[in-house]
Design a protein around this ligand. Structure first.
Ligand SMILES: Cc1ncc(COP(=O)(O)O)c(C=O)c1O
Length: 385
C-alpha cells in the first residue's frame, strides 16, 4: 500500500450502524446513506446489504450507488439546483424520492408532471430556521441559508404544487452537519414531525447531521436525543439521511513523514506526502482531527503541525501535542472516513489516493486503486497532443 491512502475499518462501520438501528428502534424508519460523505461503491454495497438506501446529489453519486447494486426506488435525490436535463435522467425509475428545494423546483416538477403524468415521490425541504450550532459552512437550516422553503411559506408552496396537480408526499429538513447538541436536533425533529402530522403527510424525512467526536471530543449523545424525541418518532414513519455518523470514525487518511523541521524548542513541523488536495477538512473548515504518530524518534512531547506537500501555507492536516515521528514513518489522521476522499481533488497535479478496507477478519483489501499519473489531473490532455 503506497501512501497516501485512505483506510476504513469495517468493525467501526458496523458499530455505527448498530447504534443507528438502536436509536430508531420502536419507530417505523428507513435509513438512507448520504453518498456525498463517501461514495466508494464497495462501502455503498456494504451499507446497502445492511438495509440502507442511498441519498444522492448528482448523476455521479447515482452512478456510484448504481454500481453498488442499489435500485433507483431505494434512492433519494437531493440538491439545491436540479437542472432539467438531470431531471430527465432521474425520471424512468432512476430515483424513488426527490426532496424539492425551492418554488422554482416545484414549477419544474409541475411541468414534468403535466407532460409525463408521473414523477418520483416528492417531498418538500423546509427550512425551519433553526441554528444548527455547527460550522457556518455546514449549517443549512437558517433563513440566511440557501436551502429549502421557509416553514412560513409552506402553504404557498403546497398551493403552487396543487396548481400543477402535483402530489406532495412529505416534508424534509436537514439543518446542518456535525450537530452535537441533542436539544437542537430534537427541536428540528419535533417541529417537522408535528408539522407533517398537522398537514396529514404519511411520512417525514429528518435529514442527517449527527455529530461525531473529533479532537475536541464533543459528540452527539444519542440516548438524550432518543429520550427527547421518541414520543415524536413513533407518530409516523421516518426517513433519515446520515453520512458522517456512519463512516467518519471508521476512516483514516494515512500519510508518510517526508521531513521533520524543528521550528523552535517546542514547535515541530512534520511534512508529509499527503495534503489538503486529498483531505481538505482541516484547511476548509479548520476541522481538528486526532492523529497517531508511529515510530517516534524524539523523546518528549512537542507541538506538532502535520503538513501536506502542496504549495499552500494552509495545507495543514492536523496539529497537536505528540512525540516527533521519524522520517519515513506512517501517520494516521483519524475521523477521515466522511468528507475525506469524496472531497479530494487533483490539485497540483497529484493523482487521487487509493482506498482500503480492513475487514473484521483482519484482512485488508483494496476497494479503490490509487490513481496513477496519467497527466489527466492537469487538464492538459484537452489541448492538443
Ligand atoms: C440534504 C442532506 N442530507 C443529509 C446530509 C448528510 O449529513 P451528515 O453527513 O452530516 O449526516 C447532508 C449533508 O450535507 C445533506 O445536505
Amino acid at each position: 500500500m503506497n501512501t497516501p491512502y485512505y483506510l476504513y475499518r469495517e468493525e467501526v462501520i458496523e458499530r455505527q450502524i448498530q447504534q443507528v438501528h438502536a436509536f430508531f428502534s420502536g419507530s417505523v424508519y428507513r435509513c438512507y446513506f448520504a453518498v456525498k460523505s463517501n461514495a466508494n461503491p464497495v462501502l455503498l454495497r456494504y451499507l446497502h446489504e445492511r438495509g440502507f438506501g442511498m441519498d444522492v446529489i448528482s448523476q455521479g453519486e447515482w452512478y456510484a450507488a448504481h454500481l453498488a447494486g442499489v435500485k433507483g426506488a431505494e434512492m433519494i435525490w437531493n440538491g439545491n439546483v436540479k437542472k432539467e436535463e438531470e431531471m430527465s435522467f432521474f425520471l424512468d425509475d432512476k430515483v424513488g424520492l426527490v426532496n424539492i428545494d425551492s418554488f422554482r423546483e416545484i414549477e419544474q416538477w409541475g411541468r414534468i408532471h403535466q407532460t409525463h403524468h408521473t414523477t418520483p415521490s416528492l417531498f418538500i425541504r423546509i427550512n425551519p430556521s433553526i441554528d444548527a450550532g455547527t460550522h457556518p459552512y455546514i449549517s443549512t437550516g437558517n433563513k440566511a441559508h440557501k436551502f429549502g422553503i421557509g416553514t412560513e411559506r409552506l402553504d404557498e408552496a403546497l398551493d403552487l404544487a396543487k396548481s400543477y396537480s402535483l402530489r406532495i408526499d412529505g416534508l424534509h429538513a436537514h439543518i446542518g452537519s456535525q450537530i452535537t447538541d441533542p436539544e437542537i436536533l430534537a427541536k428540528a425533529y419535533q417541529e417537522i414531525i408535528l408539522l407533517s402530522e398537522a398537514y396529514g403527510f404519511p411520512a417525514v424525512n429528518l435529514g442527517g447531521g449527527w455529530g461525531i467526536p473529533y479532537m475536541d471530543g464533543n459528540s452527539l449523545d444519542l440516548n438524550t436525543l432518543r429520550q427527547l424525541t421518541l414520543p415524536y418518532l413513533t407518530k409516523l414513519p421516518v426517513l433519515c439521511e446520515l453520512g458522517r455518523y456512519i463512516v467518519a470514525q471508521a476512516g483514516s487518511y494515512v500519510v508518510k513523514v517526508e521531513d521533520v523541521r524543528f521550528i523552535d524548542q517546542q514547535h515541530v513541523m512534520v511534512i508529509t506526502d499527503g495534503g489538503m488536495h486529498h483531505f481538505i477538512r482541516p484547511a476548509l473548515y479548520q476541522a481538528k482531527h486526532t492523529f497517531t504518530v508511529t515510530q517516534p524518534s524524539q523523546a518528549g512531547f512537542y507541538q506538532l503541525s502535520i503538513m501536506g506537500r502542496l504549495c499552500e501555507s494552509g495545507d495543514i492536516l492536523a496539529s497537536g501535542i505528540d512525540m516527533v515521528p521519524e522520517i519515513g514513518s506512517l501517520l494516521y489522521i483519524h475521523q477521515a472516513g466522511a468528507y475525506g476522499f469524496s472531497m479530494a481533488s487533483r490539485y497540483n497535479g497529484f493523482p487521487l489516493p487509493g482506498e482500503y478496507l480492513q475487514k473484521k477478519s483482519g484482512e485488508t483489501v483494496c476497494i479503490r486503486q490509487p490513481e496513477e499519473y496519467n497527466w489527466s489531473g492537469t487538464g492538459g490532455e484537452h489541448y492538443g497532443d
